[in-house]
Write a protein that binds this ligand. Structure first.
Ligand SMILES: NC(=O)c1ccc[n+]([C@@H]2O[C@H](COP(=O)([O-])OP(=O)(O)OC[C@H]3O[C@@H](n4cnc5c(N)ncnc54)[C@H](OP(=O)(O)O)[C@@H]3O)[C@@H](O)[C@H]2O)c1
Length: 281
């Protein structure tokens, strides 16, 4: 099913992403993997080299909108048709950081960067006969809350910043699904499970300690990748659009994650922050 399909995978250098890349290679997909740095991309490429797959890596810091514009320019040269976009990259920053436009960085990497990437790649996705967007969110959305006036505020804990970003991905999935209704592109999101990865690693020594603990309690990254692949295989199934999956099962979202007003407000502010029109085309 995925043979020769063009797949763009963010966060392909580590954890769930690199394991997803392995599964995609096994199925014969053509993959562009994104990582945040040249070094992480080169290291990941080395780890996958023996599989002899069709994969190239591009460096792109998803908290940097200029970098995202540059990368989509490069992708347009290679993949005018895109069958699948997997928005998997993510991070948790324990200390408050901001991106170049002042937005809190966990929100910027996990949600806003993917919002921009997705909007810029929609023409490529629409060029494919059937295509799918897979947003890797988290069960953490359940405790998320979203005050759209406070995206730059330092008055937020690391946990709240993460849950907020994951709630934003869920809301984004539903708004985009509505806008894409009747098109050849569908979009869903998923929780991959509690997986032992490097998600907390960008936080110095404390990050290394927490990462070690996370790897003890978490399941394998391969398990997370299998959850992602379940969603990729929903491509072309018309009845799944705007859904949330956990453990490869469709799950009903909590009321605060299906709130239309918040979802539309988020879409509107995201377009403004990314300097894009509110309407898709
Ligand atoms: N692990 C879990 O228990 C769990 C649970 C629920 C949801 N998730 C979600 O699963 C997804 C994958 O995370 P993971 O657990 O596999 O963690 P991971 O091992 O740390 O992988 C995260 C990936 O995101 C990339 N990334 C981080 N910051 C970036 C940036 N600024 N620009 C571009 N790429 C960036 C990393 O690239 P570099 O290495 O190149 O920086 C890496 O490839 C995330 O969205 C996470 O929220 C994870």
């Amino acid at each position: 099913m995925l043979k020769n399909k063009n797949v763009l995978l963010t966060g392909a250098t580590s954890g769930i992403g690199i394991e997803t890349a392995k599964l995609l290679i096994t199925e014969g997909a053509k993959i562009i993997g994104i990582g945040s740095s040249k070094t992480s991309c080169a290291n990941a490429y080395k780890k996958l080299e023996d599989l002899k797959g069709n994969i190239t890596f591009i460096e792109c810091d998803l908290s940097d909108q200029d970098a995202i514009h540059n990368v989509t320019g490069l992708i347009n040269e290679q993949f005018t048709e895109l069958d699948c976009l997997i928005n998997n990259a993510g991070a948790i920053y324990l200390k408050f950081h901001q991106d170049k436009i002042g937005i809190e960085k966990t929100f910027s990497v996990n949600y806003l960067g993917h919002y921009l990437l997705t909007r810029l790649l929609l023409p490529n996705l629409m060029n494919a006969p059937k295509s799918i967007i897979v947003n890797v969110t988290s069960v953490a959305y359940k405790s998320g809350s979203l005050n759209l006036d406070e995206l730059r505020s330092p008055n937020i804990t690391a946990k709240d910043a993460y849950t907020r970003s994951k709630l934003a991905q869920v809301l984004f999935t539903q708004t985009l699904a509505k806008k894409l209704k009747g098109s050849t592109v569908s979009v869903n999101c998923l929780h991959p499970g509690l997986i032992g990865t490097n998600l907390l690693s960008k936080n110095g020594l404390i990050g290394s300690i927490l990462t070690a603990a996370h790897k003890i309690v978490g399941r394998s990254a391969k398990h997370g990748a299998e959850q992602v692949m379940y969603n990729v295989r929903l491509m072309g199934q018309n009845d799944t659009n705007g859904q949330y999956y956990s453990n490869s099962k469709n799950e009903k979202l909590l009321p605060h994650a299906v709130d239309n007003q918040t979802a539309e407000g988020l879409w509107e502010i995201s377009s403004k922050l990314c300097d894009l029109p509110i309407e898709l085309v």
